[in-house]
Design a protein around this ligand. Structure first.
Ligand code: PMP
Length: 435
């Protein structure tokens, strides 16, 4: 890319009407973000006319990239019929049937407008079902912006005792929220046992993403997830999978990949085909907390744009295009890039490791074993390298998340993956040369 001048000017304009020029903390980039005009397939164009491979894909949501023909047709057909009614439509039943068919442990589903809301409803459902107040979550794991789900998202080394303390993410978080969230390190069975021994009777559920992106994109060990289910159920608590991202790992999501049967699952991102979406799915007896057919439900939940037919139709088209063959293609792209990045790190002699599964990967510039959030917590050198990695790729026409995440899309070909790898190799060589 030659210049980011127009993006810089737009950012200056944005700063006058939005705090820090930003309406979405997750896309904030110092000194300014690049502003996009359009996308097509696996590429996006910025306001300065430059083209990039998009390895962010709206933070994993756009699994088919942009302007996928079936998705576009589904949306334009629906536009002609109206976009959102104060009444249900056939489309919500069809998407519910498709998702329930793909998730054997889930009997029923309920839609919402964001992953945040899907997680919130799952937590509230666990509380309503068990009549207990507390949840357990993983240190450093991101689950959207519900107060309870945000606890210890960015726990810093100054808080690192033996067991993670519950720390507030947002200033002003009520003490009561912190009291009702118990935080554990990832992949650590003993820590779970200890928390349940101390608080078992007040725990409604354990919230876990089997490959938590912000906590390092490290896959959970299968024996850990099995122990987690046993420990939670032994204490009468529920297991909540956050599959807002990890549902893109396979035809039956992460739960299919690991062979685990959670009680509740939060969904979002890919199931909306590029439109705002969230959902909670679960066992029928748990989902009964939402049932309004016998008077006020244990857990009432509304939402003006919930299950709107534009989102539902786009989601249906996106999910139907996610065939087993599509997943095999995504897996092959991911495998090629993870292996290639690890070989490149070794070749240029930089400490680091590429982790992930399926269509997701992440680069850590850390040297020790990679096990959990703390093991990949970037120090000053790692931070500098991550930043150089992100900017070096941007200059070579590849968009990645500023913290090292890559999400691939179905329109990418092996040739595209080869070009992305070349840009990564060149950037890593540049970082190694800089020392
Ligand atoms: N859970 C996970 C694992 C996520 O990655 C995200 C969003 N990146 C959310 C929940 C929240 O989803 P949303 O941004 O749609 O509210």
């Amino acid at each position: 890319p030659e210049t980011f001048e127009t993006s810089r000017r737009l950012y200056e304009r944005a700063c006058k009407v939005m705090p820090g020029g930003n309406t979405r903390t997750t896309v904030y980039i110092n000194p300014f973000p690049i502003y996009v005009t359009r996308g097509e397939g696996c590429r996006v164009w910025d306001v300065d006319g430059q083209v990039f491979y998009d390895c962010i894909n709206n933070f994993t949501a756009m699994i088919h990239g942009y302007t996928q023909p079936e998705m576009n047709a589904a949306v334009t057909d629906q536009l002609a019929l109206g976009t959102a009614f104060g009444a249900p439509t056939l489309s919500e039943i069809e998407l519910a049937e498709l998702l329930i068919e793909r998730l054997p442990a889930m009997d029923q589903i309920r839609f919402a407008n964001s992953g945040t809301e899907g997680v919130m409803m799952a937590i509230k459902a666990a509380r309503a079902y068990t009549n207990r107040p507390k949840i357990v979550k993983i240190e450093g794991a991101y689950h959207g912006s519900y107060d309870f789900a945000e606890v210890s998202l960015d726990s810093s080394p100054s808080n690192w005792g033996d067991m993670p303390a519950s720390t507030a993410y947002a200033k002003g978080t009520p003490e009561g929220v912190l009291n009702d969230v118990l935080v554990v390190p990832f992949n650590d069975v003993e820590a779970l046992k200890a928390v349940f021994a101390a608080h078992g009777e007040t725990i409604a559920g354990v919230l876990i993403d089997p490959m938590p992106n912000r906590a390092g994109l490290i896959p959970a060990r299968k024996d850990y997830l099995e122990a987690l289910v046993e420990i939670a159920h032994g204490a009468g608590a529920l297991v909540i999978f956050d599959e807002v991202i990890s549902f893109r790992l396979g035809y039956s999501g992460a739960q299919g990949l690991w062979g685990i049967r959670p009680d509740l699952t939060a969904l979002g991102k890919i199931i909306g085909g590029g439109f705002p979406v969230g959902a909670v799915a679960g066992r029928a007896d748990v989902m009964a907390v939402f049932d309004p057919s016998r008077g006020k439900p244990a857990l009432p939940h509304g939402g003006t744009f919930t299950a709107n037919p534009v989102t539902m139709r786009a989601g249906l088209a996106a999910m139907r295009a996610l065939t087993p063959e599509a997943f095999a293609h995504l897996d092959a792209l991911g495998e090629f890039l993870r292996n290639g990045v690890n070989a490149a790190l070794e070749k240029v002699g930089l400490p680091g490791r590429c982790v992930g599964l399926g269509s997701l990967f992440k680069v850590h510039f850390t040297s020790g074993p990679i096990t959990d959030y703390r093991s990949v917590y970037p120090g000053p050198v790692e931070k500098k390298r991550l930043d150089a990695f992100h900017k070096g790729l941007l200059n070579r026409g590849v968009l990645s998340a500023s913290y090292g995440l890559f999400a691939l899309s179905t329109p990418m070909t092996m040739e595209d993956a080869g070009n992305i790898l070349q840009a990564i190799e060149d950037t890593l060589a540049e970082i190694a040369a800089a020392g």
